[in-house]
Design a protein around this ligand. Structure first.
Ligand SMILES: [Zn+2]
Length: 153
């Protein structure tokens, strides 16, 4: 909506308080485009007393406090100091990268077992490290994942 200040060109009503605006009285005017069906567009005009507009604006601000945006449905943020959280996030990324590499190696034909095992060492290190910064993510199947070298026939 476009909003500007002008003087009432005729007697009209304030959309906020419903009282009259007298001709020549300073007022706030708002213009808003509305989209109708298909190509139809029309314009709505709003008129306020200056005071009313101010009051309304302040109320709006009260109801829209500066962004404390909450993630909807996200996981609860862990209560970690910034540094620890950054460190933890790095480890999460590292872990994701390692497991990705392992999966890639597992897809190879022949399977890159040596590489997988090397990566597994790193993976275990990440698991150890992350314990300093909170619990090990449950998604990380810890314990059962160290690949026993399967006998190659
Ligand atoms: Zn008013």
């Amino acid at each position: 909506m476009d909003v500007w200040v002008t003087r009432a060109s005729r007697k009209t009503k304030c959309v906020y308080c419903g009282e009259n605006l007298v001709k020549g009285e300073p007022m706030v005017k708002g213009k808003s485009w509305r989209k109708g069906g298909k190509a139809k567009k029309w314009v709505s005009y709003y008129r306020w007393h200056i005071k009313c507009w101010e009051e309304q604006a302040l109320k709006w601000l009260e109801n829209h406090p500066p962004a404390v945006r909450e993630k909807s449905g996200g996981r609860k943020k862990m209560d970690l100091p910034d540094e620890a959280r950054i460190a933890r996030n790095k480890l999460l990324q590292r872990y994701a990268f390692i497991t990705y590499q392992q999966r890639q190696s597992a897809k190879k034909n022949p399977i890159e077992l040596e590489r997988i095992l090397k990566l597994e060492v790193f993976r275990q290190q990440v698991i150890e490290e992350i314990r300093q910064y909170g619990p090990v993510p449950t998604k990380w199947k810890v314990g059962d994942a160290s690949p026993e070298p399967t006998p190659i026939v």
